[in-house]
Design a protein. Structure first.
Length: 175
């Protein structure tokens, strides 16, 4: 289930993502670096010249079925101007329960993220780096979270192509 224009409106997702990352800056240029199995790698340059690079994927499976949700995706971002590398973020497509945490299960290795609105983030840069290291070695990732309505969700991502997409984004935004 690659990120495709047919599936989610790629331009809309990139514009949304750009605004989220760049604040009030307008995204001047965005470029698909490549599609690597189940992951895509992008660069985004704002009108003030700040460059960001990221990889993104959609879940292969979402449970429970039939739950009303918006767009769900996972990103890893490098933002040299902000001195940020390997920033892990998941968007749930719903508002998380207040003060809840999300669990990443990567081949039995579990990581915990904090939530804010519809997003979950690693607690610190060291946690981001540990998650990225696990993603590189893993086959699948299951993200478990709880909605503001009390529904527990399980989203399963394929990690096929993650390492190559990550290498592409890293080469485009070296530290």
């Amino acid at each position: 289930m690659r990120l495709s224009a047919k599936r989610i409106g790629l331009g809309a997702l990139i514009a949304f993502f750009a605004v989220g990352l760049a604040g009030n800056a307008f995204a001047e240029t965005k470029k698909l670096l490549g599609t690597y199995q189940d992951w895509d790698a992008f660069t985004l340059t704002t009108d003030n010249g700040q460059k960001m690079c990221y990889v993104v994927s959609l879940p292969k499976e979402m449970a429970p079925k039939g739950v009303n949700r918006g767009q769900t995706y996972l990103t890893v971002t490098h933002s040299p101007a902000r001195k940020v590398r390997d920033e892990v973020n998941v968007i749930a497509g719903y508002t998380y329960q207040k003060s809840s945490e999300v669990t990443f299960d990567i081949g039995g290795e579990k990581k915990t993220l904090f939530t804010a609105g519809d997003a979950a983030w690693a607690y610190d840069p060291a946690s981001d780096r540990a998650i990225v290291a696990a993603l590189k070695k893993g086959i699948t990732l299951t993200v478990t979270g709880k909605s503001s309505r009390g529904t527990t969700t399980h989203d399963t991502y394929s990690l096929r192509g993650f390492s190559n997409a990550y290498a592409s984004a890293s080469a485009a935004c070296p530290s």
